[in-house]
Design a protein around this ligand. Sequence first.
Ligand code: KIV
Length: 282
Amino acid sequence: MRQKVTIHTLQGKIHSGEKITMLTGYDYPMALLEEKAGIDIILCGDSMAMTVFGHESTLNMQMDTMVTHSKAVRKGAPSAFLVGDMPYMSYQISKEEAIRNGGRFMAEAGCDAVKLEGGQNMAKTIEAMVNATIPVMGHLGLTPQSIAQLGGFKSQGRDCSGALKIIEDARILEESGISLLLLEAVPPEVAGIITERAKIPVIGIGAGPHVHGQLLIVHDALGFFDAFVPKFVKKYLDLNSVILEALGNYKSEVLEGQFPEEEHCYKLKDGEWEKIQKQLGL
Ligand code: KIV
């Protein structure tokens, strides 16, 4: 098994210029595969609300569900750097709530850090969490928990004032003590400036190539979720088609009596069939 990925491993990569790989992961079987593939960071993301639970936004996730899934991911991926995604209203209400809930990801699920969305408005909360020994990943740009304010899942920082705000927020978050930063759906030039100035790993999802690492939602990358496919997604597999073909084959084999075959059946012990027949008078 590879060595545990820590914040120092990730820092080492940004200094050596090796790119960091990150995917979402929501359960044990996928975590096993991501671990085997050597993915550096796994985000147990609240995108699960949409990809796993079928909701239209990420607002509907509960702390207990996030912790349960993060625990399952940790079991499957013991050496990956695991980030637990703080769900809507688990950190916005007060610093105390943020510390209590962030602490649950660390203590109950074995996460290496927690992620929360927001810029300057979250600076004091982040400071308090870091002081309470909780490593934090910031998240700027398109922040899905704010879709009501953003007016939908829209790219951010595409004009001068929007770009400057994100660049300034990135500076403030780093000053507040974040260990990593995620940039979502922002132009590559903006992500490039932030990355150049940052001393911490900057990961992009839809933020172009000038960042330290890339994140994709694993269901998007594998073609396992097509209700909503953002521009930045690259599909590495059409898993929906693969699964659909397998399900169709299963159904027709059952209907046509081709499944199960002898190899799928348990054998009675020698001589027992005769005894059963005799007992039943067959
Ligand atoms: O929940 C998640 O997967 C995320 C990504 C969209 C960045 O926050």
